[in-house]
Design a protein around this ligand. Structure first.
Ligand code: PXP
Length: 253
């Protein structure tokens, strides 16, 4: 299937805050990073307010709501505290992610199927408040169907297993993960869900995912913030944008 729809890039700025918090001061400033990302062509900014506030802070979210000219994708766990914060700010999008205190990053997708009732009630007020609700899940039919049933408009497919297999040099596993991501993006799109993807993507892994015609948005953070150390944030983002656009052209051809 050819696509004429632009693939959006959401830049996740969490790890600018990680570096800031390592010293407890004001630098580097995630808001400044967000503004540079916007100017470099980011279509949206993503920030995850974790329960333990290990990177993004409540003040960062407030600042982002004030300064951004592109949409904010507010990542959060399905807790009462986060729901209140989201309802106060009414960001463009809310992405519900699983969260464990002991994990270093969001390790897996959300178990929607097991918590269908609770999640349906949890996301309803967010949608009523005008936020697009996205659910971060593994490339798994059961989870996609459950996300659809609870009324989510968007799913974000977790690309971590693919990126991990690639990093380990396990090509067979990486290909299998890509195949699942492709099949499940087609399946979810067929149900009427908008499909996003992200986690662990790099210059080396982004192209095949960007080429899936049903994927409308990639959310990329850690690698870009790391590359910014060497290239600067603007060139790092522009290079990612270029790879995504090239992969997309291949699809349309
Ligand atoms: N999408 C979601 C839902 C995430 O939780 C994360 C990590 O916060 C990302 C995308 C970005 O992952 P990474 O920082 O590995 O690029």
């Amino acid at each position: 299937m050819a696509t004429d729809e632009k693939l959006r890039l959401g830049v996740n700025i969490d790890h600018v805050a990680t570096v800031r918090n390592a010293r407890g001061g004001a630098y580097p400033d995630p808001l400044r990073a967000a503004k540079i990302a916007q100017a470099a062509g980011a279509d949206g900014i993503t920030a995850h307010l974790r329960e333990d506030r290990r990177h993004i802070s409540d003040a960062d979210i407030e600042g982002l709501m004030e300064v951004l000219t592109v949409p904010l994708n507010f990542e959060m766990a399905a807790t009462d505290e986060m729901q209140k914060i989201a309802l106060r700010h009414k960001p463009h999008a809310v992405c519900i992610v699983p969260e464990k205190r002991e994990e270093r990053t969001t390790e897996g997708g959300l178990e929607v199927a097991r918590e269908e009732n609770r999640l349906a009630h949890f996301i309803a007020p967010l949608r009523e408040a005008g936020s697009r609700v996205s659910i971060f899940i593994a490339a798994d039919k059961r989870q996609i169907e459950a996300a659809n049933r609870i009324g989510a408009e968007v799913i974000e497919l977790h690309t971590g297993a693919y990126c991990d297999a690639f990093a380990e040099g396990n090509w067979k596993a990486a290909q299998q993960e890509l195949k699942s991501l492709e099949e499940m993006s087609t399946y979810a799109h067929g149900l009427g869900l908008e499909v996003h993807a992200g986690h662990g993507l790099t210059y080396d892994t982004v192209s095949p995912v960007a080429a899936f015609p049903e994927v409308r948005e990639l959310n990329i953070g850690h690698f870009l913030i790391g590359e910014a150390i060497f290239l600067g944030l603007e060139p790092a983002i522009k290079k990612m944008r270029g790879l995504m656009d090239t992969a997309r052209q291949g699809v349309a051809a």
